[in-house]
Ligand binder design. Structure first.
Ligand code: IFM
Length: 479
């Protein structure tokens, strides 16, 4: 199968998951840094953002490796918490800002397109403490000013911008599930954060276009794909639909189509979690839609009608509307506890094509996290991650098939370029094309998949036809 020449093949990561705290100044903690300082014991083996992969000091080495693999693009973020020494007076930390200049210049020099996210969970803790984070319009205002500074400073070289990565995730973990510090259940605040992030995005889109920047501005959303247990049983279909509304469409509808669906607003009102807004906000959202969208796609969520009735005195949670369903015989990644289902790539492409008017998009994250990869080392110390190769291959297969059928998907970015730190799981599950050796001074080493990925990028064909046999059989059966 041929991969079109214009199809972008890259890899991703973020500032906080790679940088480490080298050179970080007092008062520059993000929410995540603060959480880690207070609850390092919930992070796997106590590891966290403090060292990460030490990208601050080793970015040149990493960019050399990206060049070796031939990545078309690299996505990372600017760390908002480190970009200023005063977030309200907007006093730039020139040392950090210069580091970002250096990273961008080195990427361009290596012929790798820099793609920059403005916030990948790096909300400054000072703004969380003083204003309750994204609950506040003041934070929206400060974020827009920060974005404008980035455009003016780096917009001559960076042509791909994203307001947020996975904007729904922090508040879902903090205020719905309460698994993250400070463990307070507050669904109304959850929805307010979601709304303010949509509003902030629209305001930034407006600024970007007013500043006459000549690139594109979008957002990166983690699409949570819900499949009903049965398509023929209405309560299961309804469960999947509501899951979708409350996980995906609360971002993609306003940002791509310009408004929220009536069904979502009804659900929010019924659950007394309707967000506060000003009439002009909805106009701003309607008139300032994103240019394109990145979608992170990892796993399907299989759902069925709720097994138990919900106690209406209990705080709202999306779980009110569904119960999990485990597909018998599923393909499963035991390290992460996630089902693997590559045809989901195709299904998502068809949603974008048919329900979002073929809006431009790309896969901004997809990958497989595996625990204890050391056990797969060969005699030369190279991790033989054939499972990662098949994973990428299968996912790319379904994506390119959709592109061949007219889907407007413009690229695929692997999570991640190197192994890095995830919230709580830290270095437990390894995602990288490049191993980070924690035992030996964070040494970098290409895994087998890195060599394979390099070949795919160079040749623009998916090798080994044999893996598709299963899929041909599958398609035949589903005709
Ligand atoms: O590490 C995260 C990333 O920050 C956001 N998407 C999922 C990744 C893997 O868990």
């Amino acid at each position: 199968m041929k991969i079109p020449k214009s199809f972008n093949i890259g890899a991703a990561s973020s500032a906080w998951q790679t940088e480490g705290w080298s050179g970080k100044k007092k008062g520059q903690d993000s929410y995540l840094d603060d959480w880690y300082k207070n609850e390092y014991f919930v992070w796997h083996e106590g590891k966290g953002p403090d060292i990460a992969t030490d990208f601050m000091n080793r970015y040149q080495e990493d960019i050399e490796l990206m060049k070796k693999i031939g990545l078309n693009s690299y996505r990372t973020s600017v760390n908002w918490a480190r970009f200023f020494t005063d977030y309200e007076q907007l006093v730039i930390d020139e040392e950090y800002a210069k580091h970002i200049d250096n990273v961008i210049d080195a990427l361009i020099e290596a012929d790798i397109r820099p793609m920059i996210v403005i916030e990948h969970y790096e909300l400054p803790q000072v703004l969380q403490t003083k204003y309750g984070g994204w609950n506040s319009r003041r934070v929206v205002e400060l974020f827009v000013k920060y974005a404008e500074i980035l455009f003016k400073r780096y917009g001559d070289r960076v042509k791909d911008w994203f307001t947020f990565n996975e904007p729904i995730v922090p508040q879902t973990r903090i205020y719905l599930d309460a698994v993250r510090y400070p463990h307070v259940v507050d669904p109304k605040q959850w929805m307010q954060w979601n709304f303010h992030k949509v509003l902030a995005t629209a305001k930034i889109v407006r600024s970007y276009h007013q500043l006459k920047q000549d690139g594109k501005i979008g957002i990166i959303h983690n699409w949570e794909f819900s499949y009903p247990r049965s398509r023929k049983y209405q309560p299961d279909v309804l469960a999947a639909y509501r899951f979708d509304l409350l996980n995906n469409r609360l971002y993609t509808d306003p940002l791509i189509l310009g408004s929220y669906s009536q069904e979502l607003i009804e659900l929010l009102k019924q659950n007394k979690i309707m967000f506060d807004f000003k009439a002009e906000d909805l106009e701003i959202i309607k008139n300032n839609r994103i240019d394109y969208i990145g979608l992170n796609l990892y796993k399907p969520t299989r759902v069925k009608e709720p097994e138990y009735s919900w106690n209406n005195n209990a705080a709202f949670n999306i779980k009110k509307y569904y119960s999990d369903f485990t597909l018998p015989g599923r393909k499963y990644n035991a390290s992460r506890g996630w089902e693997m289902y590559a045809p989901m790539m195709y299904d998502l492409a068809m949603i974008m094509k048919n329900e979002y008017n073929n809006f431009p998009w790309f896969i901004s994250e997809n990958g497989i996290g595996i625990e204890n990869e050391q056990r797969f080392k060969n005699i030369d110390g190279i991790i033989q991650d054939d499972y990662r190769i098949s994973y990428i291959q299968e996912n790319l297969y379904w994506l390119i098939k959709a592109v061949n059928e007219g889907a407007n998907c413009q690229g695929y970015m692997l999570w991640a370029f190197t192994d890095n730190v995830s919230p709580m799981n830290a270095f437990k599950n390894r995602y990288g094309l490049i191993e980070i050796d924690l035992e030996h001074n964070l040494e970098r080493r290409l895994k087998k998949s890195a060599y394979w990925y390099a070949e795919v990028i160079k040749n623009r064909v998916l090798p080994d036809e044999s893996v598709y046999e299963y899929y041909s059989a599958f398609e035949e059966k589903n005709k």
